[in-house]
Write a protein that binds this ligand. Structure first.
Ligand code: ZN
Length: 266
């Protein structure tokens, strides 16, 4: 009840108040970003312009916190660029439920608790390259991000997944997409991956995707954006659903896009 009321009030507010305007990146900032983030120059002109706009919105709405490090503007821009790729067409409002990006210099090790299938309770410190919570923050390790910017796409995909409550591989879908088709197609691909791993075959994608359906979605999103030709060839049905979901066609940009961010230090 209160949750519905809250949503109603928020919905009214969104209709009544004009969206705040945010300054796009300056020319020199945009040039610096294009030199660092390989996917940007693969984008067609309309997508490139939309990305620059999204990055401005992202930087205006989100708060960055460096833990044991100072984040310079270029680092914020790089993170924003990757974070805005999945919402290039969906729009920045899809990230309205979270505010903060926390960045550690290197892999961080939060204490985690979980219960396994036998009902046994575990507690351990598990090193992470990235982490996302339903209502934020998104937590990143800068060294891991610099090694592979796809880590950012992975984590923000979890926050999109959370948009309808659970992080379960089933994000809020646009009307053009059938919920049944999404569930059937993703379940079949997930089962196929599990079977490949059980049989000891070479899995189609990173076996981490077999952890659970939420990880599956985050991992296929990485392939979708950065190895689109491979995903389209191996799992055309998944590629097609993601293309409809993100309203983007990365296979037209390049077969494969590097995600290593050139870093000033060796
Ligand atoms: Zn994940």
């Amino acid at each position: 009840m209160f949750r519905d009321l809250h949503n109603l009030v928020r919905g009214l507010g969104q209709r009544l108040l004009p969206a705040p305007a945010f300054a796009p990146l300056e020319e020199n900032e945009w040039a610096g970003l294009r030199a660092s983030v390989p996917f940007i120059d693969r984008l067609p002109q309309p997508e490139s312009e939309a990305l620059r706009e999204r990055i401005g919105e992202f930087l205006g709405r989100k708060t960055f916190k460096g833990i044991r490090m100072r984040l310079d503007p270029w680092q914020r821009h790089v993170i924003a660029a990757y974070a805005c790729l999945p919402i290039l067409r969906i729009g920045i409002d899809a990230y309205r439920d979270w505010q903060t990006v926390i960045v550690y210099p290197d892999t961080f090790a939060p204490e985690q608790e979980w219960v396994d299938e036998a009902g046994v309770h575990h507690q351990a410190v598990v090193p992470q390259a990235g982490e996302a919570w339903e209502r934020g923050p998104v937590v990143l390790s800068w060294n891991d991000v610099a090694e592979d910017g796809a880590v950012i796409v992975h984590e923000v995909t979890h926050t999109l997944d959370a948009g309808n409550g659970d992080v379960n591989g089933f994000p809020p879908l646009p009307r053009s997409l059938s919920a049944d088709e999404w569930t059937d197609t993703f379940s079949a691909a997930y089962d196929q991956l599990q079977d490949e791993i059980d049989r000891g075959d070479e899995p189609v994608i990173d076996p981490y995707a077999a952890t659970d359906p939420a990880e599956f979605l985050a991992v296929v999103a990485e392939y979708f954006f950065f190895s689109p030709a491979y995903l389209q060839a191996e799992w055309p049905a998944i590629y097609r659903l993601l293309a409809l979901y993100f309203s983007l066609e990365p296979h037209g940009w390049a077969d494969e896009i590097p995600t290593r961010i050139p870093w000033v230090e060796d």
